[in-house]
Design a protein around this ligand. Sequence first.
Ligand SMILES: [Mg+2]
Length: 181
Amino acid sequence: MSRLSLAPWLQPSVIVAGTITAIDLQVLWSRGIRGLVLDVDQTLAPSHQLTVPENVRCWVEQVRAHFKIHLLSNNPSHRVAWVAKELNLPYCLAAAKPSRRTLRQVLKTINLPPTQVAMVGDRLLTDVLVGNRMGMMTLLVKPIGPNGQPSCQDMLYRTELSLLKVLGLSSSSGGSSPGDD
Ligand SMILES: [Mg+2]
């Protein structure tokens, strides 16, 4: 893809001003969202750790009461399966995002159209790109640290935000989707 054709696919519908627990669920519901597909590494749990922060566990319990949830990770590691088991959530690993193949399977599994599902993750070039390619709402969250707060090791996240600026896209929290009025 050329730079010009790629740029619109990188704009998150929302740049969340915090980690996954800062997502405004009422706004999602009011926009017709009924399902969430969640990245795992640094979105739900810090990389290379077998600990899901307590605030994330509470958040998942709150979300599952109202939304369908499915995990989608590029990581082929059994760690992803462990996190999914800890949270009692369905999952797919080695998803090869931004390829849409596995995400299509996930949408089929949760039985919702792309327009009713939000893709949530900390990476622009995988999570946001695959969600936008599927016509879903996309939420870019800050990478999570071991204590459930935003990670200090967020150079990749900040670099990808800079990429948005270079491409002339919105890089501020709460940025709206191209289709919004
Ligand atoms: Mg991630």
